[in-house]
Design a protein around this ligand. Structure first.
Ligand SMILES: [Zn+2]
Length: 321
């Protein structure tokens, strides 16, 4: 079990995102055990070279990411809640104090809605930190940490302050930027998926779509790179460890593993589809971003399951040895 303070922080994340579960029977199944064994038998090489990866400026990363997102969202004008740095948080503290009273909830929510900006996701500031390993992040306004009542989180919008890239500015970074923008786009609809463990699915999927758009030869390295990222999660997460359930060592790895499997199966369907079929998948995803349906509806429509993802991953890692 999560300890008390960890549980409260996690419950805030669930309420803010509108998720109502973080469980999956997949991890108790034979399929998961088989996938883990396949990884132990076919460890992909961690030090593999990526021959086709070109370095570029951050403005090129930004331009490419913008074009890819515009293309796949059909240039739909979807705006996301945004606040410049800690402006909104400071204004909230100034008006309501550092620990707001519970009976101020309606006023606070109204204040947030009136004082946040709405921005196109491609116009949100992009930062780059070249020093750390390759990954990205979407920074959300920290103001919510002040509240205790989970009802706030159910009602407050997910406000973004910045998108950041870590690592070198290259072809991979373009995909990571698209990955992060899809987090921002999906989070604007609370409950776009019921399951917190699915929260990386669209982003990991779009990372591969971005690679396919940029250069077909980038797809394999992009898949390999993500596979190496979650290799340790898959190997380390055993059934016994579930007893000591903690956010960082259990729930986060589970989220990446499950989303990785679903994204793999969805991308497999996408990459084998005609141009018309690809556009249809885009449209189904756009309906999720617009709040017309949930991610689960797309998965169901294309018969995307963890089991399907597992079989594809098992095939793929054999070629990565
Ligand atoms: Zn992500």
């Amino acid at each position: 079990m999560l300890d008390k303070s960890e549980l409260l922080e996690f419950e805030k994340i669930l309420a803010l995102g509108g998720f109502n579960t973080y469980k999956s029977a997949y991890f108790d199944s034979e399929n998961y055990k088989k996938l883990r064994t396949a990884f132990l038998d076919n460890l992909p090489k961690a030090n593999i070279a990526y021959p086709n990866i070109k370095f570029c400026s951050l403005s090129k990363v930004k331009q490419a990411g913008k074009e890819i997102v515009n293309k796949h969202t059909n240039n739909t004008d979807i705006k996301v809640p945004y606040s410049f740095e800690d402006e909104l948080e400071s204004a909230l503290i100034e008006t309501f104090g550092p620990i707001p009273e519970e009976d101020k909830m309606d006023e606070i929510i109204e204040f947030v809605q009136n004082n946040m900006d709405l921005k196109k996701v491609t116009d949100i500031p992009l930062f780059s930190d070249l020093s750390s390993n390759r990954n990205g992040y979407t920074a959300y306004s920290p103001f919510y940490k002040n509240f205790q009542n989970l009802k706030y989180y159910e009602k407050l919008p997910h406000i973004i302050v910045a998108i950041g890239l870590k690592g070198s500015s290259d072809d991979f970074a373009k995909g990571i930027y698209v990955h992060e923008m899809y987090h921002a786009l999906s989070k604007r609809n609370k409950g776009y998926t019921n399951n917190y463990l699915y929260d990386e699915t669209l982003s990991i999927f779009m990372e591969r779509v971005a690679a396919l758009d940029l250069d077909e030869n980038l797809v394999k390295p992009a898949i390999l790179r993500r596979t190496l990222n979650i290799k340790d999660d898959i190997i380390n997460l055993t059934h016994n460890e579930f007893v000591e359930e903690s956010y960082n060592s259990i729930i986060e790895p589970k989220k990446y593993i499950l989303s990785f499997l679903l994204a793999t199966a969805l991308f497999n369907t996408y990459s084998h589809s005609s141009n018309k079929g690809k556009r249809q998948i885009d449209n189904e995803i756009n309906k999720v971003l617009m709040g017309y349906q949930q991610l689960e509806d797309v998965l169901e429509k294309y018969e995307i399951t963890e089991e399907k993802g597992s079989s594809i991953v098992k095939r793929q890692i054999k070629t990565m040895k």
